[in-house]
Write a protein that binds this ligand. Structure first.
Ligand code: NAD
Ligand code: UDP
Length: 312
């Protein structure tokens, strides 16, 4: 049987590079495509020079011609700090980038998996969030470039599927953390760990009563692989249902690094969702998937990663 050829857009990023590792370890061919906005060559350095691996600097807002069997479409900044840096570019990345990748999938008959997000639920009025919930998204706020970008990306997937028969898989990913997040990533887990390791106070935005549900990256990648290989188009929630207030997360991180550190409050950004927790019944039923790593355990390798990065 011939090898499968995978294209991973955003493959030099946090989640993408863990996925590249899994696909390479499975013995397939992998093309990693990235514009290095928030990705790093170092994340995939171990594979450079491997006969089954190729690395391409490319921006998904431009079309590209490649012969591939599977497209894992992850290219898009995911941290609010980074996706708000150039919001017009973020919207273009989601819209044009997804249209280009679907065009490629159509041309070569590849199966495409979209890394969508729990942000399609916005600031949810239904809690926890099942896939059937249609969301509460502000179309004109500072998060809209990302939230609405992912919503139109989902729409494009389903229209390419209905019009052209493109095989699609849509994952709605909830907050994911782990080694290889950038120290300046801006998302909460990396911020708190880096602050604590530097002996600085941990910054709660607002009073820290808002909640998130944190999935360890290995669990997420396993879910993505099962979704791609399975028969269900989705959208399907992939996340860890363990829900924590941001204050509780800060305490967990602080207590593991330096229990003497202060927690300080900073202004809550506009449209920051108050609560978020996935219903994962569909993933369990369709993919036999549920996360195995609780937050308390996943923090350990994540802290170890940042310790190494900051010491280097
Ligand atoms: P990340 O920022 O580490 O990775 C994104 C990657 O995409 C980076 O390598 C970046 O350089 C690349 N990229 C960005 N714009 C590009 C463009 N125009 N052309 C080519 N490459 C581009 O983020 P991540 O956490 O690894 O997220 C990966 C995907 O998963 C994203 O699509 C994100 O929206 C989705 N997602 C992630 C989470 C999470 O908590 N990590 C949650 C929901 C959804
Ligand atoms: N947050 C915080 N301190 C930080 C960074 C983030 O309190 O230093 C909060 C943020 O306001 C949000 C939650 O943590 O309520 C998760 O933020 P993140 O940017 O990680 O992800 P998202 O808001 O996209 O879920």
């Amino acid at each position: 049987m011939s090898l499968l050829r995978h294209l991973v857009t955003g493959g030099a990023g946090f989640v993408g590079s863990h996925l590249v590792d899994r696909l390479m370890q499975a013995g397939d061919e992998v093309i990693c495509l990235d514009n290095y906005f928030t990705g790093r060559k170092a994340n995939v350095a171990r594979w450079i020079g491997h006969p089954r691996f190729e690395l391409i600097r490319h921006d998904v807002t431009e079309p590209i011609r490649l012969e591939v069997d599977r497209i894992w479409h992850l290219a898009c900044p995911a941290s609010p700090v980074h996706y708000q840096f150039n919001p017009i570019k973020t919207a273009k990345t989601s819209f044009l980038g997804t249209a280009n990748m679907l065009g490629l999938a159509k041309r070569v008959g590849a199966r495409l998996l979209l890394a969508s997000t729990s942000e399609v639920y916005g600031d949810p009025e239904v809690h926890p969030q099942p896939e059937s919930y249609r969301g509460c998204v502000n179309t004109i706020g500072i998060r809209s470039c990302y939230d609405e970008g992912k919503r139109i990306a989902e729409t494009l997937c389903f229209d390419y599927h209905r019009m052209h028969g493109v095989a699609i898989r849509v994952a709605r990913i909830f907050n994911t953390y782990g080694p290889r997040m950038l120290p300046n990533d801006g998302r909460v887990v990396s911020n708190f760990i880096v602050q604590a390791l530097r002996g600085e106070p941990l910054t709660l935005y607002g009073d820290g009563r808002q909640t998130r549900s944190f999935c360890y990256v290995d669990d997420l990648v396993e879910g993505l692989i099962r979704l791609m290989n399975g028969d269900h188009t989705g959208p399907i929630n992939l996340g860890n249902p363990g829900e924590f207030t941001i204050r509780r997360l800060a305490e967990l991180v602080r207590d593991r690094i330096d229990p003497g550190l202060a927690l300080i409050e900073k202004p809550l950004p506009q449209d920051d969702p108050m609560q978020r927790q996935p219903v994962i019944d569909l993933a369990l039923r369709e993919l036999g998937w549920q996360p195995a790593v609780p937050l308390e355990r996943g923090l350990e390798p994540t802290i170890a990663h940042f310790r190494e990065v900051l010491e280097a």
